[in-house]
Design a protein around this ligand. Sequence first.
Ligand SMILES: C[S@@+](CC[C@H](N)C(=O)[O-])C[C@H]1O[C@@H](n2cnc3c(N)ncnc32)[C@H](O)[C@@H]1O
Length: 456
Amino acid sequence: MELWNFPACSFFSDHHTHTIMPSLLSGKPSLAKMFTETTICPIYTLTDSGSPLRKTHKLNLEVSPHRAVSAVRLMRIEFGGAFADLLNEQGKGSGDNEMGYVERTLGFRTRDLDDRDLRLVTEVVGGTIRWRRYLDHLILSLCHDERTFRSMEPLLVQILRIGFYEITKLDMPPYAVVDESVRLAKVALRPGAGNLVNGILRKLAVLKESDSLPAVEVDGDDRQQARGLATLYSHPVWMVRRWTKYFGQDTAIKLMAWNNSYPSFSLRANTGKGLTGADLVSRLKMLKVPHEPSLYLDDFVRLKTGMQNVIQAGLLKEGFCAVQDESAGLVVSIVDPQPGENIIDCCAAPGGKTLFMASRLNGQGKLFAVDINEGRLRILRETAKLHQVIDVISTVHSDLRTFSTDKVVEWDKVLLDAPCSGLGVLSKICVGIGNWKTWSNLNIYRMSFSIQLPGW
Ligand SMILES: C[S@@+](CC[C@H](N)C(=O)[O-])C[C@H]1O[C@@H](n2cnc3c(N)ncnc32)[C@H](O)[C@@H]1O
């Protein structure tokens, strides 16, 4: 036996040609076991000396790439703790990397992803996570019994969720979705799984066509109503109860609908590099990215779509602009940094507001960017170099609670952007809604109250 390593996974083999069992997602033995129990393995060819000669990919051109990649990403998010937004970010322009994951998980590759596939993956993964509670309600309603649903292989559940999402929320042609989902289930799992997917998705297609999807009941006492709304809008029950208690049911419903709506993004032209909003607009026009000016801020533009084009054209990498919410920009307008001022940005990392404030100093003055998290401060420094505003920024790695008592810093203005519940950005971080934990958020609130401003 000899052991050799391949990027991201290790294989055991003796000599000659072998079927090799990849250890999927290193460091997650239980996950690896779960996958390997249900998947086919790729075949690698070794020379007599045992060194790898060539890797023969099992290529399946019948399975749609966006579906295979989406199913694998959902597995990584649900069982491997990966973040959807980071996976979307990493996946951009790296179709080969994605196929590596697909191959190690499912045992075969599909054709490579093109830009349209990548966009679809982002949409499908985000939407499937966002609507998971509702989708599971529909799937469960169409299964013979609860046991059938609960005993499904995790990959099978993901394939069904994707199909349900595409039919109910993306309005994709149902029979194409059925056909493709069945193919994936058959190849990645077993023929019986394909039959099951076929039966359930066909039922859904019929119900969708007759506009009679299984209803969610929202009645009974407060708790029961909250459960119903939580399913209908795919939010945690505790969140529905809390919002209903504080804002009333109508507002709670509006908040959930907002969280479920497709988020829009805004870009800030990097004035620190001497660029203006007009420069950004002309680059976006060249890239044919639909946009509109911000109603509130000069150097900001709003986008609904086309972020992929912006990323692929390198606008973010070259520091031409930054992705920044208008709400964050408005905070900086209130601070209104002026050249020559000393400003302390408490809780600064990863630095969205620091960079914007720094760009307003025009090279004169100082920004002290304090944060407890060294890694996030490193990101801030790197971005500040990219944006050419590093000269006016000093990063301070410190717990603000002690920094405020130990250090004397002269300052003109202080911005405290303390950690908060983050509930306001749920529409942008789709993986967040289901994972929001009441207690951890309360702890965050408690901690931010104990932070004191330096010198106060
Ligand atoms: C909401 S984020 C700040 C976002 C940032 N202002 C921006 O615009 O990019 C909160 C930050 O507070 C930091 N933080 C939390 N507790 C802290 C403490 N006791 N002292 C300093 N920083 C802290 C976290 O590491 C995190 O980076």
